[in-house]
Design a protein around this ligand. Structure first.
Ligand code: DX5
Ligand code: ZN
Length: 226
């Protein structure tokens, strides 16, 4: 099954509730929240305070992508604020296995995130401990960047790593995703598509979400038939 996770990074924050309702109507499965600390990535964004407001605006699960150093210090706060899924970058924590345990203890699904230059080997030892792997197809920090095409090959290699290891982890892709490459990333193994500017950068986010889900699902249908 293919799902979409609109990233509110590109939303109009003067009417965030309305924008979330629009993508919910357009078929979003999750609301993706990009948390940046100005250290791990060169940008500052959202803390637990905003997640709490997002929680009140939707029944969809909140997918918190932590681009922060020392994520252990904030996992409980994001879980308390309403996150259902929390992902961390391996470079940002000394003891990734322990961090994954903290996410689980907080009652959330646990994910690990790979930057474009981070090899799959970084997560090999924890691949059976996580619920999902988030593959970055741009360097994290900003919305609206161009999809890095070598991510397709990495998606395929990640899919085989997951299959070979017997892991049940799902594959999420994030960065530069839109209707033009949705089919290609799904064919390569992506199951959850994050999209910011391709949804909230459009005049009608509900329709943009519908179109993205349509393009992704059409490809998922092809795979089911094959
Ligand atoms: C980038 C974030 C992404 C971002 C994607 O650091 O992790 O989630 O919002 O934005 P687009 O879809 O515009 O590339
Ligand atoms: Zn993200």
């Amino acid at each position: 099954m293919v799902e979409i996770a609109p990233s509110i990074l590109s939303a109009d924050f003067t009417r965030l509730g309305e924008q979330i309702a629009a993508v919910e109507a357009g078929g979003a499965a999750y609301i993706h929240v990009d948390v940046m600390d100005g250290h791990f990535v060169p940008n500052l964004t959202i803390g637990p305070f905003i997640v709490d407001w997002v929680r009140q605006a939707t029944h969809l699960p909140i997918d918190a992508h932590l681009m922060i150093e020392n994520p252990d210090n904030f996992i409980a706060a994001f879980a308390k604020a309403g996150a259902s899924m929390i992902s961390v970058h391996p470079e940002a924590t000394y003891h990734l296995h322990r961090t994954i345990g903290f996410i689980r203890q907080a009652g959330c699904k646990a994910g690990v995130v790979l930057n474009p230059a981070t090899p799959l080997a970084m997560i090999e030892e924890v691949i059976t401990d996580v619920d999902y792997v988030l593959l970055m197809s741009v360097n994290p920090g900003f919305g609206g960047q161009k999809f890095i095409s070598s991510s397709l090959n990495k998606l395929r290699r990640l899919r085989s790593l997951i299959q070979i290891s017997g892991s049940r982890a799902r594959i999420e892709i994030d960065g530069g995703i839109g209707v033009e490459n949705a089919a290609a990333v799904v064919a390569a193994g992506a199951e959850i598509l994050v999209a910011g500017s391709a949804i909230f950068g459009k005049p009608d986010p509900a329709e943009a979400a519908r179109q993205l889900l349509g393009a992704a699902s059409a490809q998922a249908g092809v795979k089911t038939l094959a």
